[in-house]
Design a protein around this ligand. Sequence first.
Ligand code: CU
Length: 297
Amino acid sequence: MGVTFAMNSWVRNAARRTAGLAGGVLGMLALAFTGAALAETGQPSPWQINLQGAASPVMESIHSFHFFLLVIIVAVVLLVLALLIVVMVRFNEKANPVPSRTTHHTMIEVVWTVVPVLILVAIAIPSFRLLFLQLDLPKADLTVKVTGHQWYWSYEYPDNGAFSFDSLMVPEADLKPGQPRLLAVDNDVVVPVNKVVRIQVTAADVIHSFALPSFGVKIDALPGRLNESWFQATKEGIYYGQCSELCGKDHAFMPIAIRVVSEEEFAAWVETAKQEFAGAPAPARVAQGDVAGIAAR
Ligand SMILES: [Cu+2]
């Protein structure tokens, strides 16, 4: 009886899982045709399968490179599929009972070596162009220094009054309407629209990674080292990102929120931020305190 019961529930679960899987696959196929429309800019959306929308020149290039690769991959897959079908139909045991014993064909061997090389070269050229766009920093209009901590980010504006502040995730219970769960923070990073922002990224404790999909930015935050990247936000709005390097138990709870505003709004924000964060204490250095404590003993 117990076994029957277990069997029944196993069958029921398996059926439910299969139905769910079929639904999921169908859903994904349906979404594949509308994927571009569903990919939101600035934050992920349910069932999103495409990249997040672009809001910087680098991310726009990433989008076109991604589409270019998709076209090449689809063409290669279709070619291989067609060859497989030809082999299965024309050279199966029934259709071709006496197989030829031919080996080597110089022309075919040259073609299947040269064509992949040409495809790789065609991929390498835009790929390197994109790498240079990301890594060759243009002249910056302002700098924001980013420091990763376990488990929050802190930001400094060295050429706008040198104030600094910490940015912590808003807990689920305190979310205001419109604030996305696990992405909203108490203090947004604010930058002016259409300006080149240089980001200098480091970490205070372990390796983190500063990643903002809509700007095409992902750069490691390493203790004792300053990494540089840049973005130029082309649309006003709020853009979310997350730490992208496993950095400890609260890795998933140190989001990034960048608010892109007009130049006047940015100037006004800088003035209030200078006041608000003027008395902010320097980041606590717990480890050093401990070392001093041990030394004093
Ligand atoms: Cu982290």
